[in-house]
Design a protein around this ligand. Structure first.
Ligand SMILES: *[C@@H]1O[C@H](CO)[C@@H](O)[C@H](O)[C@H]1NC(C)=O
Ligand SMILES: *[C@@H]1O[C@H](CO)[C@@H](O)[C@H](O)[C@H]1NC(C)=O
Ligand SMILES: *[C@@H]1O[C@H](CO)[C@@H](O)[C@H](O)[C@H]1NC(C)=O
Length: 296
C-alpha cells in the first residue's frame, strides 16, 4: 500500500509540473467544465468523487480533468487510450451514428469517445456498489469519464475523418499559425480570457455559472434531459452539427480567422462548456446516488 501511494505522489507531481502540449479541449476548457460540474454535484456524489480522487488533488475534481491528455502524451503505456478522445464522422455528413462511426482507425468497435463514456460510466456504476471488486480502477474511470464528457462537447472532437477533426486544416488565428482543431480546443478560450476576463479563469467560470442560473436557466432542464444513466450519443450529434454550422464554416485551409470568427463562435464555445459541466454533474449524480439507478 505504501508503495502504491508513493508511486502516485511521484506520478502526480510529474504530471502537475509538466507543461504539456495541449490537445482535447485545452487544459483550460477541461478545468472550466469540471469546476462547473463540482458546483452541481449532490452531497452523495461529492463524497464518492472525493473518495476516488487521488489525495494530492485535495478533493478537487478539476485538478485531474486533463489527466487523460497528459498520460496519453507522456506515458507510452496509455497510448491505447488516444482514440477514446474523439469520434470521426464521414466527410461532409453533418450527422453522427454510433454503429457507423464509433471505432478506431483499425475499425475496432466501441473505441471512440462515446464508447469510452459508456465504458467508464458503466465501470463506475458497477464498481461503486462493489467497492471490493478489483475488476476496475475506479480512480482512472472517474478521471477518464470527466475528461471524455468534456471532449464529446467540443464540436471538432466529432468532426470529419478526412481532416482529422480539423487537425489538418492549417489556419491563422489572428497572426498565429495553428490548426482549426486547436482553435476550438484552446485559442478561442484563451482569446476570451485575455479580452474579457483579465486572463483569470476564475472570472470566466463565474460568468458561466451566472449564465447558467440566469440567461440559460430555461434551457438547462433540456440539457439534463436523459432517460438513461448517460446520453453521449445526442451530445455527439449536437457537436457534429455545431462543427458544420460554426467550426468548419469560413475556415478553409489557409484562411485567417480574426474578430468575425472569434466573436461569432465564442458564444458556441461558452455554451458547450456550460452544457458539458452540467451534464458531467448529472451523470456523476446518477452514478453515485444512494438509490441505484434502474438498469439501462
Ligand atoms: C489506479 O489508477 C491510478 C491512476 O493511474 C494509479 O495511480 C493507481 O495505482 C491505480 N490503482 C491500482 C489499485 O492499480
Ligand atoms: C474500457 O476501459 C478499460 C479499462 O480502462 C480499457 O482497457 C478499455 O480499452 C476501455 N474501452 C473503451 C471502449 O473505452
Ligand atoms: C452570458 O450570456 C450573455 C447573453 O447571452 C452572453 O452575451 C455572454 O457572452 C455569456 N457569457 C458567458 C461567459 O457565457
Amino acid at each position: 500500500m505504501g508503495g502504491f501511494e508513493l508511486r502516485w505522489v511521484v506520478r502526480v507531481t510529474v504530471v502537475l509540473m509538466m507543461v504539456p502540449k495541449i490537445l482535447g479541449w485545452g487544459k483550460e476548457g477541461h478545468y472550466v467544465i469540471c469546476k462547473i460540474a463540482e458546483e452541481y454535484l449532490t452531497e452523495d456524489a461529492l463524497a464518492a468523487v472525493r473518495e476516488l480522487l487521488p489525495d494530492q488533488t485535495e478533493g478537487d475534481l478539476a485538478a485531474v480533468c486533463s489527466w487523460a491528455d497528459e498520460v496519453k502524451h507522456h506515458y507510452p503505456y496509455y497510448r491505447w487510450s488516444s482514440p477514446l478522445h474523439y469520434v470521426d464522422t464521414p466527410d461532409f455528413l453533418c450527422n453522427y451514428k454510433y454503429c457507423r462511426d464509433c471505432h478506431d482507425g483499425h475499425r475496432h468497435k466501441d473505441r471512440c469517445v462515446t464508447g469510452a463514456i459508456y465504458n467508464y460510466s458503466m465501470q463506475l456504476s458497477q464498481g461503486y456498489y462493489d467497492l471490493n471488486s478489483e475488476k476496475y480502477n475506479l480512480t482512472e474511470a472517474l478521471m477518464f469519464l470527466s475528461h471524455f464528457v468534456g471532449d464529446v462537447h467540443q464540436p471538432l472532437h466529432v468532426g470529419f475523418t478526412g481532416d482529422v477533426g480539423g487537425n489538418t486544416i492549417i489556419v491563422r488565428w489572428y497572426r498565429r499559425k495553428t490548426n482549426l482543431h486547436h482553435v476550438w480546443d484552446t485559442m478561442i478560450i484563451e482569446s476570451a480570457l485575455k479580452t474579457y476576463y483579465k486572463s483569470d479563469l476564475t472570472l470566466m467560470i463565474q460568468a458561466l455559472l451566472r449564465n447558467i442560473t440566469d440567461e440559460w436557466s430555461d434551457d438547462v432542464p433540456s440539457w439534463e434531459n436523459c432517460k438513461k444513466m448517460i446520453c453521449p450519443d445526442p451530445y455527439a450529434s449536437e457537436s457534429v452539427r455545431l462543427a458544420c454550422k460554426f467550426a468548419y464554416r469560413n475556415a478553409t485551409p489557409g484562411s485567417t480567422l480574426g474578430d468575425d470568427y472569434f466573436l461569432s463562435r465564442l458564444p458556441v464555445v461558452e455554451k458547450r462548456l456550460a452544457q458539458s459541466g452540467i451534464r458531467l454533474a448529472e451523470v456523476l449524480n446518477r452514478i453515485f446516488s444512494k438509490q441505484p439507478f434502474a438498469a439501462q
